[in-house]
Design a protein around this ligand. Structure first.
Ligand SMILES: CC(=O)SCCNC(=O)CCNC(=O)[C@H](O)C(C)(C)COP(=O)(O)OP(=O)(O)OC[C@H]1O[C@@H](n2cnc3c(N)ncnc32)[C@H](O)[C@@H]1OP(=O)(O)O
Ligand SMILES: O=CC(=O)O
Ligand SMILES: [Mg+2]
Length: 554
């Protein structure tokens, strides 16, 4: 029973976010009890895993390099496979991704993609409103009742008869949920995202979309198989408490940190009955390369635009991922091309589409079973590229074994990307980073900027690259400027880029928006002595809004 104006919470749970009757339909006492159970059981596992990340960081700072773990050699060498792929998701040739916003959820499910990855992570600013509305939206989507009326267009959105299969990406292990306290401490954000969604949807999902399996998840930003082991145990506990068959829940893990590239087999092994593959999360991967090597002066990146999938270290990681997944009988998913449709310039639009086609052709030829699309307008072109190569096969798990990738070495995975560094690169990082952060602070987690998709992962590259260049005083040799980056130079760039942003977005929007706040945060992060772990950890404090009155009764 929900008392008017209060969430009905179980013992030890305190909700500090705004009360909303819609939110109360997902924040039920039983759902919160389930989340609290997860938090109580796994907090003692999460904290040590996060301490291990810090320990690894200290080793890398001291000069060590990530590498294959000799103690898990047998896991890499022995023959074993993951559980069979659920028939409902055998074909994942195109997966659209997007935040859990109501209209986008409907559009994505109707988009013609095989899968929709509904995002609580890189594409979402995790405000209380966004998260809770997202849970309501997903519940309605799984029920098949979701609709949306766009007042401005007088258009009503509803689900088609045939829709994409839903995967949900909870936040990473590092992010807290500051609006839900359990036993006096903030809950782990990912357990809130997973727990509420699973609790309300597992039965309908398995009966409908999943055809006996599910729900399905994407798991982000892991650095080690011990973190996959926690997820596996979370899944087992969830299955047990729901009374469903072990191995019903399935997840694709994003390999998007440099240390995790050395743990692909180990991650699949931990999740083997719950796995449905790995994905090349290329943007966070680039971010992680800089972060892992933050103390290595010999590992400086060229301009962000030059760090593409053709670089040896990126190609090696994609090849190894295909080889590993197919050996273990699961999907090897490609990643996100950053280009999006360009509405007002046909030639530029065709050029952007051509870049997407090229990227997808490389992926399908490398053996990937499917890939990501940022926008519905890209789906036909991507489908065309994949079906031209794969014919009517649902995937290439058994046909693209990539034995040639067996010998990929640590050196291949770590090879320094080649290219030049330019003043324009510094300016673009700054312009994009500030505008993205300004959007994030006002509740939007994915935005179009200069005809590209920007989200938390791409913004991280802008931030850490600036930090690295300032920290090591790199010379900008790419556009014949020939200056060294310093805090002073960066200060001038920030001033000039803020003026440019104001001109581009217009005075009114600039005044209304949070550009100044974003600029301050971005500048601090780029110039700090020690590199912050995540842009969004610092920024999260700015979007936490505790309700002035206690909104839960203990
Ligand atoms: C690194 C990573 O983690 S990648 C994965 C995370 N990132 C993402 O998921 C990004 C998803 N994409 C998006 O958010 C958007 O496409 C953006 C921000 C890049 C571009 O947004 P916009 O420029 O506003 O899109 P645009 O105006 O062209 O949208 C046209 C229509 O397509 C819809 N649309 C655009 N992108 C998506 C999407 N990803 N999912 C569903 N619908 C979408 C819009 O809702 C709009 O629908 P409408 O015509 O019914 O109103
Ligand atoms: O999550 C995907 C990425 O590229 O980062
Ligand atoms: Mg990512």
């Amino acid at each position: 029973m929900v008392a008017m104006g209060y969430y009905d919470v179980p013992e030890g749970v305190d909700i500090r976010g705004r009360y909303d009757p819609d939110f109360a339909t997902v924040l039920t006492r039983d759902a919160l009890q389930f989340v609290a159970g997860l938090q109580r059981e796994f907090r003692g596992w999460i904290q040590p895993a996060m301490e291990c990340r810090q320990e690894a960081k200290r080793r890398y700072d001291g000069g060590a390099l990530p590498g294959f773990d000799p103690t898990t050699k047998l896991v890499r060498e022995e023959d074993w496979t993951c559980g069979p792929v659920p028939p409902a998701v055998a074909d994942r040739t195109v997966e659209i991704t997007g935040p859990v916003e109501r209209k986008m959820v409907i559009n994505a499910l109707n988009s013609g993609a095989k899968v929709f990855m509904a995002d609580f992570e890189d594409a979402l600013s995790p405000s209380w409103e966004n998260l809770m509305r997202g849970q309501v939206n997903l519940r309605d989507a799984v029920n098949g009742t979701i609709s949306f009326h766009d007042q401005a267009r007088n258009r009503t959105y509803k689900l088609n008869d045939e829709t994409a299969k839903l995967f949900v990406r909870p936040r990473g292990w590092h992010l807290p949920e500051a609006h839900i306290f359990i036993d006096g401490e903030p809950a782990a954000g990912c357990l809130v995202d997973f727990g509420i969604y699973f609790f309300h949807n597992h039965a309908n999902f398995r009966a409908g979309q999943g055809a006996g399996y599910g729900p399905f998840f994407y798991l982000p930003k892991m650095e080690h198989s011990r973190e996959a082991k926690i997820w596996n145990s979370v899944f087992e506990r969830a299955e047990k408490s729901a009374g469903i068959r072990r191995g019903s829940i399935r997840a694709t893990v994003l390999i998007e940190t440099l240390p995790a590239a050395f743990q692909m087999d180990e991650i699949l092994y931990e999740l083997r009955d719950h796995s449905v593959g790995l994905n090349c999360g290329r943007w966070d991967y680039i971010f992680s390369y800089v972060k892992t090597f933050r103390a290595h002066v010999d590992r400086l990146l060229p301009d962000r635009v030059q760090v593409g999938m053709a670089q040896h270290f990126m190609r090696s990681y994609s090849d190894l991922l295909v080889r590993t997944c197919h050996r273990r009988g699961v999907h090897a998913m490609g990643g996100m091309a950053a280009q999006i449709p360009i509405k007002d310039d046909q030639a530029a639009n065709e050029a952007a589409l051509q870049l997407v086609r090229k990227d997808k052709l490389r992926e399908v030829r490398a053996g990937h079973d499917g890939t990501w699309a940022a926008h519905p307008g890209l789906i036909p072109a991507i489908l065309e590229v994949f079906s031209a190569s794969m014919g009517d096969k649902a995937n290439q798990i058994h046909t693209a074994k990539r034995e040639d990738a067996t010998n990929i070495t640590a050196e291949d995975l770590l090879q320094l990307p080649r290219g030049s560094r330019s003043m324009e690169g510094l300016r673009l990082n700054t312009r994009v980073g500030i505008q993205y952060l300004a959007a994030w602070l006002t509740g939007t987690g994915s935005v179009p900027l200069y005809n590209l998709m920007e989200d938390a992962a791409t913004a991280e590259i802008s931030r850490v690259q600036n930090w690295q260049w300032i920290r090591y005083g790199v010379e900008l040799d790419g556009d014949s400027v020939g200056v060294k980056v310093s805090k002073e130079l960066f200060g001038r760039v920030v001033e000039e880029e803020m003026a440019r942003i104001e001109k581009e977005v217009g005075k009114a929007k600039f005044q209304r928006g949070r550009y100044r706040k974003a600029c301050k945060m971005f500048t601090r992060q780029c110039t700090s002595e020690v590199l912050d772990d995540f842009l969004t950890l610092d920024a999260y404090n700015q979007i936490v809004v505790h309700h002035p009155k206690a909104s839960s009764k203990l």
